[in-house]
Ligand binder design. Structure first.
Ligand SMILES: Nc1ncnc2c1ncn2[C@@H]1O[C@H](COP(=O)(O)OP(=O)(O)O)[C@@H](O)[C@H]1O
Ligand SMILES: [Mg+2]
Length: 267
């Protein structure tokens, strides 16, 4: 399959408060195939969000290159991002929030409402189309964010801990729902999470990043058959892989906490 996303030797340096520089990303490369679901895990502060922002064009790399290959339809947006915090407009209804990207692209009212209603139904919010964000729960708000991104039909979907702010039960339900929707659409996805379980449940591949500065530490192929469901998490292959990833990640987490002065590492 062709690469949909190509990131080559990406570096990102930020000015630090003491007048020096912080290297957030160091020689980070990644290819994502068309229709592939790639998860990125790594300790807090390792540069995951930085990489996603560069992919989304919200920030620029200090060195290296990032390319998203456009598709046949030039009207399609290259990417849409779903963030952890509920990035939906409080003054717009669920319907208008989901239709927003289409409205921005000049899609006519009837067509954008029909598309938005279809996605609202797919995320189980049909009865809430006329509600405002303050009238619905956190889980429902994230369903709105996901529906909005998918209604916009981007070439690639970029997700930065989209379920990270939700309680554990809601999170599990949304994982299952999103997985079902993804298996129907097979959109190219880069999905950041700090949950190894979530990465293994959702992803075709899991990229493990080192502690700051972020580099690739290991890449794991997830050989768990699709369609996946909550039963997949009971497979020995699931626990074997989550354990292997944790073994590699643990040292990085400890290193990251040491750098932040949260724990003392014995030499
Ligand atoms: N705008 C910024 N200015 C300065 N430093 C930043 C900025 N954004 C992120 N950083 C630093 O870059 C590193 C990576 O941050 P981030 O990509 O948010 O990590 P992650 O998402 O993996 O937790 C951190 O050390 C962070 O403090
Ligand atoms: Mg982050």
């Amino acid at each position: 399959m062709d690469a949909k996303i190509t990131a080559r030797q990406v570096y990102k340096r930020y000015p630090s408060v003491d007048g020096g520089e912080i290297t957030a990303l160091e020689d980070f490369s990644l290819d994502v195939a068309d229709g592939e679901f790639v998860c990125i895990v790594g300790p807090s502060g390792c540069g995951k969000s930085t990489f996603l922002r560069i992919l989304a064009g919200l920030d620029t790399a200090s060195a290296g290159s990032v390319t998203i290959t456009p598709g046949a339809d030039p009207r399609k947006p290259l990417n849409n991002v779903v963030f952890q915090e509920y990035a939906i407009f409080p003054w717009k209804t669920v319907l208008d929030n989901v239709a927003f990207g289409l409205e921005m692209r000049g899609v006519g009212k009837a067509e954008r409402e029909a598309t938005a209603r279809e996605w609202i139904e797919r995320v189980g919010l049909t009865k809430f189309a006329g509600y405002y964000p303050h009238q619905i729960s956190g889980g429902m708000k994230q369903r709105v964010s996901i529906a909005r991104a998918l209604a916009n039909d981007p070439e690639v979907l970029l997700m930065d801990e989209p379920l990270g702010a939700l309680d554990a039960q809601t999170r599990k339900v949304l994982q299952q729902e999103f997985m079902r929707i993804w298996e129907e659409t097979r959109k190219t996805v880069v999905y950041i999470t700090h949950s190894i379980d979530e990465a293994v449940l959702l992803g075709d591949r899991v990229i493990l990043m080192t502690a700051h500065p972020g580099r690739t530490k290991a890449v794991f192929a997830v050989d768990i058959p699709r369609p996946r469901s909550v039963e997949s998490t009971a497979l020995p292959a699931f626990s074997d892989l989550t354990y292997r990833i944790w073994q590699e990640l643990e040292g990085e987490v400890v290193r990251a906490m040491g750098e932040e002065g949260q724990i003392k590492i014995e030499e």
